[in-house]
Write a new protein. Structure first.
Length: 245
């Protein structure tokens, strides 16, 4: 053991947060950590420290060779149950949840059509997987795009046509181009936030691939924050129904 377990654990969390998945069993680690549903706020969970130190190596493992990677799991309080769990099965469980959600995805008009179309999915029961789910949804949405032209080109075309005030030509070309560029490389993950105590408000987490900018959409709604490839906003359920196709 020649490395600090805390830095190893940090590397695993970073690997999952950036979706690089370069480290061995990285997805299984991320899935197992989420499944524990640990409350890391000591103010809300005073027994957290005692729980972590109770997962001592000697009391959990008897006669099994432990790697540095598994020691990192212990740092986060992953107990004997997780260590005895087949890592591949742990990863498959999360994959099954994602696959099931993706199979139920549907098309929406972002902002009622102001920002093009993408795929969306309801994720009240798996909102903790929204980052990975959104990323896969964005990839799926992009694959449905039959044109090499992106949405930016569509908006530029609209502006050019508007400039010459030829509304007949505008509407005919707009219809043609939007049919070609129907789907953006963006995924919209919808879920309710229990803390809001308002079932009529939905939180939409956007994830994108390539150069798609989600902040332009979030800023136009009740934006919460984020960056180009990941942002979120709130929208009323009644308004969102108008976005569904």
């Amino acid at each position: 053991m020649n490395r600090c377990g805390a830095t190893i654990a940090f590397e695993y969390i970073e690997d999952g947060d950036l979706w690089t998945w370069k480290l061995p069993n990285s997805k299984a680690f991320s899935s197992g950590l989420k499944d524990l549903n640990l409350q890391y706020d000591v103010g809300l969970n005073p027994s957290l420290f005692q729980y972590v130190i109770s997962s001592l190596l000697a009391s959990l493992i008897d006669g099994v060779e432990i790697t540095e990677k598994l020691c990192a799991l212990l740092i986060f309080g992953l107990n004997e149950h997780l260590l005895s769990l087949d890592l591949e099965n742990g990863e498959l469980s999360e994959k099954q949840k994602l696959d099931e959600a993706l199979s139920k995805s549907y098309e929406i008009e972002l902002g009622g059509g102001a920002f093009g179309n993408c795929l969306a999915v309801n994720a009240d029961s798996i909102s903790e997987l929204r980052s990975e789910l959104g990323h896969q949804l964005a990839t799926k949405s992009r694959s449905l795009n039959l044109s090499l032209v992106n949405w930016t080109h569509v908006r530029l075309l609209e502006c050019t046509i508007l400039a010459i005030h030829d509304f007949i030509l505008f509407f005919s070309l707009k219809s043609m181009w939007i049919n070609l560029v129907r789907m953006r490389g963006i995924g919209a993950v919808l879920y309710r936030v229990p803390e809001l105590e308002n079932d009529q408000m939905l939180k939409i987490s956007l994830r994108s691939v390539d150069t798609e900018d989600t902040t332009l959409i979030s800023q136009g709604e009740l934006g919460v924050g984020g960056h180009r490839n990941a942002s979120s906003f709130m929208v009323g359920s009644a308004e969102f129904k108008q976005w569904k196709l």
